[in-house]
Write a protein that binds this ligand. Structure first.
Ligand code: DC
Length: 218
């Protein structure tokens, strides 16, 4: 049985940055489950399916095979044998992912894959429902959050640094919308597991958050 650390929280809380650093420090494998959902969303988008066309999404799940592997320690996502890692962070993909991940069939499709990875390996797995649903017996559970303002600022700075033009208010609106969808869906909504440790990173540096979480882990 692997040693399992679950890290859940809303979009932009810094889960992936923190989880990657903790993984490096502790020798765990970092598993980004959002990337798996994004992989499925790309499958739907490439077929011209809209998020509200639930029947088509369910049908298209049948011939989508998502696989992950690690190259130089970095998670790569394959969709039906094609490496689609470079497309995962597109804004359109993020939006589609949040909309499609409310569909139970979509979640079911990825659940076994996530559990199987954690069964045999020491992992830090990030997502929305890891502590509550995917790995309810995880050794450590973290709920990492930050204010909407902080999360929007981080996203704004990230896009601006890449030379992309963006609007702060629009980013904040998008984050609020995504929170509402992730937290209010019927299947596996985003919420803090009862036994998760709450970490609010709004006024913390990356190093402080890594330190805090590392202290809780073996
Ligand atoms: O973590 P992320 O931003 O890559 O996730 C993209 C979307 O995927 C997010 O809006 C909700 C969904 N997601 C989910 O429902 N369950 C997970 N375990 C991970 C992501």
């Amino acid at each position: 049985m692997g040693y399992n650390v679950a890290i859940d929280g809303p979009a932009g809380a810094g889960k992936s940055t923190i989880a990657k650093l903790v993984a490096e420090k502790k020798g765990y494998i970092y598993v980004d489950t959002g990337a798996m959902y994004r992989g499925l969303a790309i499958h739907f988008l490439d077929r011209g399916i809209k998020a509200e066309e639930t029947d088509k999404v369910i049908e298209a799940c049948k011939d989508a095979e998502v696989q992950i592997c690690y190259e130089n320690g970095t998670q790569q996502v394959y969709l039906n044998g094609v490496n689609i890692t470079g497309r995962l962070r597109d804004e359109a993909v993020g939006r589609m992912t949040s909309q499609c991940s409310v569909i139970p069939r979509v979640r079911e499709k990825l659940l076994d894959l996530q559990r199987e990875i954690a069964r045999t390996q020491d992992v830090i797995m990030d997502g929305r429902d890891i502590g509550t649903c995917v790995l309810p017996n995880a050794d450590v559970k973290i709920y990492l959050t930050a204010s909407v303002e902080t999360r929007a600022r981080r996203r704004f700075d990230e896009l601006t640094a890449k030379g992309e033009s963006c609007d702060f208010d629009e980013i904040a609106r998008d984050i609020k919308e995504r929170d509402a969808r992730d937290m209010n869906r019927e299947t596996a909504p985003l919420k803090k597991a009862e036994d998760a440790v709450l970490v609010d990173s709004s006024d913390m540096t990356i190093e402080e958050v890594v330190q805090r979480i590392s202290q809780l882990c073996r």
